[in-house]
Design a protein around this ligand. Structure first.
Ligand SMILES: *[C@@H]1O[C@H](CO)[C@@H](O)[C@H](O)[C@H]1NC(C)=O
Ligand SMILES: *[C@@H]1O[C@H](CO)[C@@H](O)[C@H](O)[C@H]1NC(C)=O
Ligand SMILES: *[C@@H]1O[C@H](CO)[C@@H](O)[C@H](O)[C@H]1NC(C)=O
Ligand SMILES: *[C@@H]1O[C@H](CO)[C@@H](O)[C@H](O)[C@H]1NC(C)=O
Ligand SMILES: *[C@@H]1O[C@H](CO)[C@@H](O)[C@H](O)[C@H]1NC(C)=O
Ligand SMILES: *[C@@H]1O[C@H](CO)[C@@H](O)[C@H](O)[C@H]1NC(C)=O
Ligand SMILES: *[C@@H]1O[C@H](CO)[C@@H](O)[C@H](O)[C@H]1NC(C)=O
Ligand SMILES: *[C@@H]1O[C@H](CO)[C@@H](O)[C@H](O)[C@H]1NC(C)=O
Ligand SMILES: *[C@@H]1O[C@H](CO)[C@@H](O)[C@H](O)[C@H]1NC(C)=O
Ligand SMILES: *[C@@H]1O[C@H](CO)[C@@H](O)[C@H](O)[C@H]1NC(C)=O
Ligand SMILES: *[C@@H]1O[C@H](CO)[C@@H](O)[C@H](O)[C@H]1NC(C)=O
Ligand SMILES: *[C@@H]1O[C@H](CO)[C@@H](O)[C@H](O)[C@H]1NC(C)=O
Length: 591
């Protein structure tokens, strides 16, 4: 009782702490401080009680809301029973892969420890989400939205929306991440997910047979006659989802940091790891509430019916609850290319300003010569030495045990190889730690050829890239004739359809070691990732650039790591500190 009262109190003070700090600005750009406590909590989104990963007690976690050029300081407290790293995909830390939060850039935060990330969101805007990159934890939660707002002086290419709505959709298993990991380690397929969650909640009971239990469902309340910006993220394991809102258009406006030409869709395919902003006009008569649906795509509908998320859009003047069938999914039988055509139709708004006042289309990527081509053959899982693994160009990545640039700094040898093949190797796949020796200031083409039978999604940390081409069949040099050289969308996660290819162009202007990976968690876990090592030859005499003071050591460098007091006592200090600040703040406001 007393403890409860205290924690309520300290929570308020904690909020004061954040507000107080976020209004302070140090030399140059303002800093935003945030503490995130990652812990288990028990919920029953699909009626089965299960341990999920909460952030500051919330599932999904809170939004991290920053503005272009802010310095972001996030103190992450690991209250799980296993190692943790939080990653910020799409956030392009300049020359700072030391903050990226994947095993090739950071040693994991041990249980009960905390570690502070510090990075600048330089020249960026957009909708992203953070999540735990280690141990398959994303399948149990730990994710939340990460928004980078335009600076006030830079107009957004649409009227200021009347409100913002965050929607996190994703396939969901009632088994936790440790159980799913065990299944993958045992060579099993994860099988059909148990459902789709929308903002951490199970489906509205739209059909008593398909949803036998009344579950807590997500309700999004809106006023009539307004325009909302909805930011939708597929945070799931691997299922491609079709997102739609009954009787409403989705006006596409932004994807992962770039404004798009605006086009209306009645439904939109959002693949694992992808983020989109839509503008939603609440222009209906509210005779009832409306369904919000996220349903599994490209699957046998009768087997996958339960893999459907259903939430409710409620107008404040609504005259009744939702009834009747869900709005139908796209019809692939009569329109086989629909999903790919939709993806190809996403175009960059070349005249809008992004993070800077100049138009997004002022960077003429289509006239820059390509310096290197990487043709990556993404293949279905196979057994390597008795274990199920997945490979790219015959290499299944061995999980790093020490960050690569840290290994360089300490002159460790044999930690990784720089020989990742730039073409498919028609040889028996191997497990290896082979990374791409990419050339600083190069302008490279990466072609993902998906030889697997499921939709794949590839993400590159530290960069955004132009998605210039996508088709079925095998990529050939002639495929370049079909590239979009003018208004291809720039983003950081792209789908690759099974039996097809996707081509991206990347300008390698960001020094570091950057993770290139499958966003399908199972394939990533089985080894479909590598890194691009991009060094500025002029930096080589000074490898220390950017190594943070609080760098953690692990693996072969573990002996360099000092003990940390458990985060429980660090938390104690933090509460004391915030109390003190709170008191000061109260005194200050009172006077
Ligand atoms: C995960 O599930 C397994 C098997 O059901 C259980 O033994 C384990 O305690 C669970 N772990 C967490 C962190 O919930
Ligand atoms: C994020 O911050 C911007 C301004 O800094 C503010 O206008 C907006 O309401 C905030 N959004 C959320 C969800 O906190
Ligand atoms: C852990 O948190 C405390 C504040 O609670 C902070 O002073 C300390 O720097 C943090 N440790 C690291 C390694 O970031
Ligand atoms: C509920 O779903 C079942 C199975 O798809 C279907 O047969 C039934 O007609 C649905 N019920 C209603 C009321 O729509
Ligand atoms: C999109 O649909 C809305 C109605 O929902 C309409 O007002 C708007 O003009 C349409 N925009 C475009 C670009 O088609
Ligand atoms: C509201 O819209 C629905 C669907 O567009 C229509 O069927 C219904 O008649 C309308 N109701 C009123 C009161 O206008
Ligand atoms: C690009 O390559 C072409 C032909 O190889 C060459 O003529 C041209 O000068 C190059 N352009 C630039 C900007 O390097
Ligand atoms: C910098 O890293 C290179 C390997 O990339 C290594 O050979 C060199 O010794 C390092 N220099 C210093 C000063 O650490
Ligand atoms: C990709 O690998 C598969 C399996 O080894 C092979 O059958 C296929 O020909 C390869 N595709 C390309 C484009 O090399
Ligand atoms: C299988 O394991 C052995 C012994 O660990 C190793 O030498 C060999 O390279 C491995 N083979 C592959 C294909 O990874
Ligand atoms: C990496 O590439 C650079 C040129 O960009 C080259 O000088 C260097 O030798 C390469 N390193 C290895 C190990 O291949
Ligand atoms: C994989 O590659 C082989 C050889 O080119 C081809 O026969 C097969 O159809 C491909 N499978 C897919 C799903 O692309």
């Amino acid at each position: 009782m007393g403890l409860f009262a205290f924690s309520q109190f300290s929570l308020k003070i904690f909020l004061l702490h954040i507000t107080l700090f976020s209004t302070l600005s140090f030399s140059g750009d303002p800093s935003i401080y945030q503490e995130i406590h990652v812990s288990y909590t028990t919920v029953s989104p699909l009626s089965v009680p299960q341990q999920v990963i909460a952030v500051n007690g919330k599932f999904p976690g809170p939004v991290i809301n920053v503005t272009t050029n802010n310095n972001v300081v996030v103190n992450v407290f690991n209250q799980l029973d296993e190692e943790l790293l939080i990653t910020w995909p799409g956030v392009q830390m300049r020359r700072d892969s030391w903050q990226d939060g994947v095993l090739g850039t950071n040693c994991p935060i041990p249980p009960k420890w905390n570690w502070t990330y510090e990075f600048q969101v330089k020249d960026q805007i957009g909708s992203f989400f953070y999540f735990p990159s280690t141990n398959f934890q994303r399948s149990s939660g730990g994710f939340g939205p990460f928004v980078i707002n335009n600076r006030e002086v830079i107009p957004i290419p649409f009227a200021q929306p009347d409100g913002e709505i965050f929607i996190m959709i994703g396939d969901w298993y009632t088994q936790n991440h440790t159980a799913l990991r065990t299944a993958l380690d045992g060579g099993k397929d994860l099988g059909i997910p148990d459902g789709v969650l929308i903002n951490g909640k199970g489906p509205y009971q739209y059909n008593d047979t398909l949803v036998p239990n009344k579950l807590p469902f997500e309700t999004i309340t809106v006023d009539p006659g307004k325009t909302y910006r909805i930011r939708v993220h597929n945070v799931g394991v691997s299922t491609s989802l079709n997102f739609r809102i009954q009787n409403h258009n989705l006006l596409l406006a932004e994807t992962e940091g770039y404004y798009t030409t605006q086009a209306n869709f009645t439904s939109f395919d959002i693949h694992a790891g992808q983020s989109y902003s839509f503008l939603l006009s609440t222009d209906q008569n509210a005779s009832t509430d409306y369904y919000i649906v996220a349903s599994a795509r490209f699957v046998n509908e009768s087997l996958w019916q339960k893999v459907t998320g259903v939430a409710v859009l409620h107008y404040t003047n609504s005259k009744g609850t939702v009834t009747g069938p869900l709005p139908p999914p796209p019809d692939d039988f009569y329109n086989k290319g629909a999903s790919m055509n939709q993806a190809r139709s996403i175009r960059q708004n070349t005249s809008a300003s992004g993070a800077r006042p100049n138009p997004q289309g002022s960077y003429r990527y289509g006239s820059i010569n390509i310096t290197d081509t990487y043709l990556l053959n993404v293949t279905a899982p196979v057994k390597i030495n008795g274990t199920t693994r997945a490979a790219i160009n015959g290499i299944s990545f061995l999980k790093p045990d020490v960050p690569f640039l840290l290994a360089d700094k300490h002159q460790l040898r044999g930690i990784y190889k720089l020989d990742f093949p730039s073409k498919p190797m028609n040889r028996t796949p191997v497990v290896d730690r082979s990374i791409i020796n990419a050339t600083y200031k190069g302008f490279i083409e990466i072609v993902f050829q998906n030889n697997d039978t499921t939709v794949q999604n590839f993400h590159l940390d530290g960069y955004s890239f132009f998605v210039v081409g996508m088709d079925y069949g095998d990529w050939t040099e002639n495929s370049r004739n079909s590239y979009n050289k003018w208004d291809a969308i720039s983003r950081s996660t792209t789908q690759v359809f099974p039996g097809g290819w996707t081509a991206i162009l990347v300008s390698l202007d960001n020094v570091g070691s950057w993770n290139l990976r499958s966003e399908n968690l199972d394939r990533w876990y089985l080894g479909q990732e590598t890194y691009l090592r991009i060094l500025n030859p002029e930096d080589s005499k000074d490898n220390d650039t950017g190594v943070p003071d609080n760098v953690l050591y692990c693996g072969p460098l573990k002996h360099l790591q000092k003990e940390q007091k458990s985060s429980a006592s660090a938390l104690g200090h933090s509460i004391l500190f915030t109390l003190l600040l709170g008191v000061l703040c109260v005194i200050f406001t009172a006077s």
